[in-house]
Write a protein of this length. Structure first.
Length: 392
């Protein structure tokens, strides 16, 4: 389809997916699918491998999802009517993805033959090459500096002099290898240098004591390099640790910004006077205290929208709080007479409200325990001291 049509289709799909509030793998997989289809002015693609979507999603968000996660995300998007997805069935087969037909509207895709190739005569918006000998080589693809910086360092620059130096100082049993095996050994040495190891470390591993009889020196050298030099070397490991620290700081900053955004939304939706009810509902839901009120409010907003989808945050939050917030303790009934406390018993706790510690009242026949607040309300006036509000 035309470039303008591709932009229009992409805008339609993104506008339809915005109210769905896609998160995680679904949002990143949809972005990758739109980049693979609309980015190349295609409506469908029947030669897709899930690894392509994994790479496209990793280039956009920096996270490499598992193939099963990508497959589930594609199936969920297809069930939601955003895309069409036919998984690959069989060894060596390809999946088929496409834009849902309802987003195409008046856009007419290119005509194709029975083998799926575009019929050149049906293309009206792209003229043929005027050169008698068109260039068959594609331009060199260059990665942007931003994408390179978003990747974790996996190798360091290798100086050719280091490879030649290691090969020139090999032990005699490895130096006598044939030309082909010597080339293979040089490739393995270069891989260890790219992993950040120093030439002296490689020579120390290869120059270790040899067994009495060596039948395959190449296999021995490969085994030593593989088992004695795993992971990253001293040149690459600091770069990876620095990248990990930057990514952890970036993730923490993004998490803090997301928490602040949800907290502000909850404060706006519930109001300052209802924040105590929201925090009480969070404590009732989690069964523990909430030392960080900002995170607790943000968590309440997310849980409310998850349990009551399709509603405004204020309405969902109100329903969620009403379902979880503990009921406030009711005040003691002033109509309760003092005679009703005669047959009540208890040790330490008030027999009226059962919420506060009380003292034994000598005015009651059974010396029941009643707190001062309930006694001032329930006791007869002649038993209450006007100065202290307790039994005279």
């Amino acid at each position: 389809m035309k470039f303008a049509d591709a932009r229009q289709v992409r805008a339609r799909v993104e506008a339809h997916a915005e109210p769905m509030r896609l998160t995680g793998a679904r949002r990143h997989v949809l972005t990758a699918v739109l980049a693979l289809l609309c980015g190349w002015s295609r409506v469908t693609d029947d030669t897709v491998r899930l690894a392509q979507i994994v790479e496209a999603a990793a280039g956009a968000c920096g996270r490499r999802y598992d193939l099963k996660t990508v497959g589930r995300a594609l199936a969920a998007l297809a069930a939601a009517g955003v895309i069409t997805y036919v998984p690959a069935c069989g060894r060596g087969r390809h999946a088929q993805i496409g834009i849902d037909p309802r987003f195409l509207g008046d856009i007419v895709p290119l005509e194709r033959d029975s083998q799926g190739r575009v019929i050149a005569e049906s293309v009206t918006f792209s003229a043929g090459d005027s050169s008698y000998k068109p260039n068959s080589y594609l331009p060199t693809l260059r990665s942007s500096s931003g994408r390179l910086a978003a990747r974790r360092p996996r190798a360091v620059d290798v100086r050719p002099h280091d490879v030649r130096m290691v090969l020139s100082q090999l032990p005699a049993v490895f130096a006598s290898l044939s030309g082909r095996l010597r080339w293979c050994l040089g490739r393995e040495i270069r891989n260890r240098l790219a992993a950040g190891f120093e030439p002296e470390q490689i020579l120390a591993v290869l120059d270790a004591p040899l067994p009495d009889h060596v039948e395959r020196p190449w296999r021995l050298a490969l085994w030593r390099l593989t088992h004695n030099m795993p992971g990253a070397g001293p040149r690459l490991a600091p770069l990876q640790r620095a990248w990990d620290r930057r990514e952890a700081a970036r993730a923490a900053q993004a998490h803090a910004a997301e928490t602040t955004r949800w907290r502000d939304a909850v404060v706006t939706a519930a109001g300052e006077k209802n924040l105590d009810r929201v925090l009480a509902a969070v404590r009732a839901r989690l069964g523990t205290t909430t030392p960080d009120e900002s995170r607790a409010l943000a968590h309440a907003g997310r849980m409310a929208m998850r349990e009551y989808p399709g509603q405004e945050l204020s309405a969902a939050l109100e329903q969620w709080v009403q379902a979880l917030a503990p009921e406030a303790p009711s005040a003691p009934d002033p109509d309760l007479a003092a005679e009703s406390l005669v047959f009540a018993g208890g040790q330490g706790m008030c027999v009226a409200c059962e919420a506060a510690a009380g003292v034994e009242r000598d005015a009651l026949p059974l010396r029941s325990v009643v707190c001062d607040a309930c006694w001032t309300v329930l006791a007869p006036p002649e038993l209450v001291s006007p100065e202290l509000g307790v039994c005279a």
